[in-house]
Design a protein around this ligand. Structure first.
Ligand code: NAD
Length: 310
């Protein structure tokens, strides 16, 4: 197996002053990457230009012989993100890897959640990922190389009580990945998503101590490094925690084709067991593959010959 290295590559890791981002930044630097350690430092006092937390991570990287700069951009602010990417280009000459990791929580039940709580979380997770990806995209297209990781959550993939804002934002980055993996392919830009579960300040107080000791960020970072490696897959969601790794995938059941006379909600209800039957379920490669599949099923049910227009 080839050793995974990032020598000569530059990586931007957002929210890298703490938790998972810090661990990813250290991991990338240890394998040769120049790292832009971004963190707004939302929990620290004072200047936002370069957060204390980000500076501390840069110091750790430098002490281990690596190269890094700290950056205090708010990922939700497109202009600050543009300036961060310009600084990365000026300092290191390229941006090859982007890890969209920065995040916040504002948990409340949906009934109690204000639009402001909803918007703030969507702004950081979804628009933050959009802003950073948009800013690096032209450079990656020009270079014919790019590796981008989004960070989703089980909350977005499966749902979690009290996190409608977060779940929606985290499902949003999954949708963003699905499309960008396709749009980026021609320029060898590969886009994947990490779905971590870690003991960080985000999960403080939610987990027992013996559980916490299994779930350190360093048990997840090897998965992130694989997702942004030269030979990375694309369009993959990697579940990661406690040194366990699994692929999270959307499947579609075989389903049913109702004939014209049966096209009623009652008939859909009556067919629900067959519609939900997981046997023989399909992986759908893209949106039109689903349409193509339904047209083929409907045509077969009606004994019609249909040619798909490409
Ligand atoms: P954390 O709070 O330890 O770290 C998040 C970092 O992001 C902080 O240092 C914070 O200052 C920074 N940040 C917040 N808003 C920012 C902004 N607008 N611009 C720049 N930086 C900003 O959290 P963590 O647990 O390490 O989470 C990292 C990512 O992993 C997040 O996207 C989170 O949603 C996701 N995640 C974490 C878990 C978990 O179990 N910890 C589970 C699923 C997903």
């Amino acid at each position: 197996m080839n050793t995974i290295r990032f020598d000569g590559r530059t990586a931007i890791v957002t929210g890298a002053g703490a938790g998972l981002g810090r661990s990813h930044a250290l991991g990338l630097a240890a394998r040769g990457a120049n790292v832009v350690v971004n963190d707004l430092g939302v929990s620290t006092q004072g200047g936002r230009e370069t957060s204390d937390a980000a500076r501390a991570v840069v110091a750790e990287i430098e002490a281990a012989g690596g190269r890094a700069i700290a950056n205090g951009a708010n990922v939700a602010d497109a202009a600050e993100v543009e300036a961060m990417v310009a600084e990365a280009m000026d300092t290191f000459g390229s941006v090859d890897v982007l890890v969209n990791n920065a995040g916040i929580l504002r948990d409340k039940t949906f009934a109690k959640m204000t639009p402001e709580d909803f918007r703030a979380v969507v702004e950081v997770h979804l628009f933050g990922s959009v802003n950073c990806t948009r800013a690096v995209w032209p450079y990656m297209v020009a270079a014919g190389y790019g590796r981008i990781a989004m960070t989703t959550s089980a909350s977005g993939m499966y749902g979690n009580f009290g996190q409608s804002n977060y779940g929606a934002a985290k499902a949003g980055v999954f949708g963003l990945m699905n499309v960008l993996a396709k749009e980026g392919a021609r320029a060898d830009i590969r886009v994947n998503t990490l779905a971590p579960t870690a003991a960080t300040r985000m999960t403080e107080g939610l987990l027992a101590e013996e559980v916490t000791s299994l779930l350190g960020p360093e048990t997840i970072t090897p998965g992130l490094l694989a997702l942004v490696a030269e030979d990375a897959p694309t369009g993959m969601v990697l579940g990661a925690g406690a040194g366990c790794f699994a692929e999270i995938k959307v499947y579609e059941t075989e389903g049913v084709a109702l004939d014209d006379a049966e096209l009623t909600p009652e008939a859909v209800f009556a067919a629900m067991d067959r519609i939900r039957d997981p046997r023989g379920q399909h992986v759908i490669a893209d949106a039109f593959s689903q349409t193509r599949r339904y047209v083929a099923m409907a045509a077969a049910a009606r004994n019609l010959a249909v040619t798909w227009k490409e």
